[in-house]
Write a protein that binds this ligand. Sequence first.
Ligand code: SPV
Ligand code: MG
Length: 537
Amino acid sequence: MSKKTKLFRELLLSKNLEFLLEAHNGISAKIAEEAGFKGLWASGLAISAQYGVRDSNEASWTQVLENIEFMSDASNIPIMLDGDTGYGNFNNVRRLIKKLEQRNIAAVCIEDKLYPKTNSFIDGDKQELADIDEFCSRIKAGKDAQIDDEFSIITRIEAFIAGWGLSEALKRAEAYHQAGSDAILIHSAKSEPSEVLAFKKEWGDTSPVIVVPTKYYSTPTEVLEQEGFSIAIWANHMIRSSIKAMQESAEEIFASSSILSTEGEIASVKEVFRLQGVSELKEAEENYLPKKERTTDALILAASRGEAMGSLTDEQPKTMIPLKNKSMLEHITDIYRNHGVSKIHVVRGYKKEAINFPELNYIDNDDFETTSELSSFHMAIDQTDSDIYCSFGDVLFKPYLLQLMDDLEDDLVIVVDTQWQDSVNKDRAADYVKCSEPHSRTNYGNPIFIKSAGEALDQESIHGEWMGVIKISSKVMPLIKKEVNHLSKGEDFHSMKMHHLLEHLCKNKQPIRVVYTTGNWLDVDTLEDVIRANNFI
Ligand code: SPV
Ligand code: MG
């Protein structure tokens, strides 16, 4: 990419009339560039205005410098700083130019007035001009200070503004030209362009001439082009348009005590992110940040006794009942381990000391007698920030069901068994769900979500039974924690089961994706189930 100083020189010396648009901070610089402008005017008026101070050197020159550093970083087109009077004498100008070059600023314009300056449109005719020789010393010192030969110093003649007329303007232009000025900015506060046209006629092409048609805005741009001006500066139109837009929004929001009607009228937050270059940071993070292995923890809720098992649970909770050569819990943890899960949390309650495998992380629900599933879940979820599979200490399932859940990108996924009638026949409590669509061979691939959940769904609307495994992404976990916290404040929380959470999330329009299965799991509730479980394994 060409140097900004070179790009600016090309604008200055081009045969056509070129344009600079005012910008006053990083985002306005970027917006101007995106609109197509080839250069920017870092206006003293606009920069002071965006700071909320007057255009009278109230913002210090280093504050201006800091501002244009952001402008320079945010854009790729050359910037000409409105350097006011140079902020002092020759010595201040030298230092200014050194600092501008360090910030990749292409050009500076200094005006032949005294520090502190006043905006040319405020009592311009009362303003004192600088002594010509003294002003030439600012130009010379600046030219001597620049390191890059293509850095440009523009001198702005305020003779018309101060009421001195054409001959004074020409005398000054000649002196400044001799001192090394790269171009003249001839300023006028008249509502028609007679002064600048008269100047250009006499000055000819001695050096490029820049104009600021703020006051003679109705002059057709073709006139400026025909007269051979080098650059026209649209000097304050970004700050003025943003002031109007901000006033309208502020008034509307105040009057309506709402942001609704403004929403469609203003830039989206997404647009703000785009202008800030958020997508570039995302790519850079991919490139530079160490890749975090995304791990999934397992959480097994196993606090209850399982009274229906009779004497089998006298000394141990149901999850410790042996099936073949291992406890049910070990079979479940094997499924998770074989699926790559390294961290397994178990909520213990009844006869907790009977569960003591050293590699598991335990959460103890000592109120197991008076609480239910959701209380255990509530206690456990604070232990992890990872993605989790959550299931029960008495539910066995085929390992591939975990894979089916992993295949979906959704933040919440549950497995739903289409053979729910079996549970009705067995007359046991079941977590029925109503889904967006029933299972069918023809809707394969359609995303299906649950609509409601619970034991009390009427039979016509049941599409299946949640078999007890849910996958929760780390992304949605903060929300789940918040919702469970919220539920925990309710009087009936102690009796709530996981399906109450599902139902609550459905009501809050939180999408819960469904994977359908046909069997391939087993809820071990009774002694008969223990026999089935031995065959299942
Ligand atoms: C500025 O934009 O700050 C200028 C141009 O110096 S003017 O306001 O017209 O003086
Ligand atoms: Mg200015």
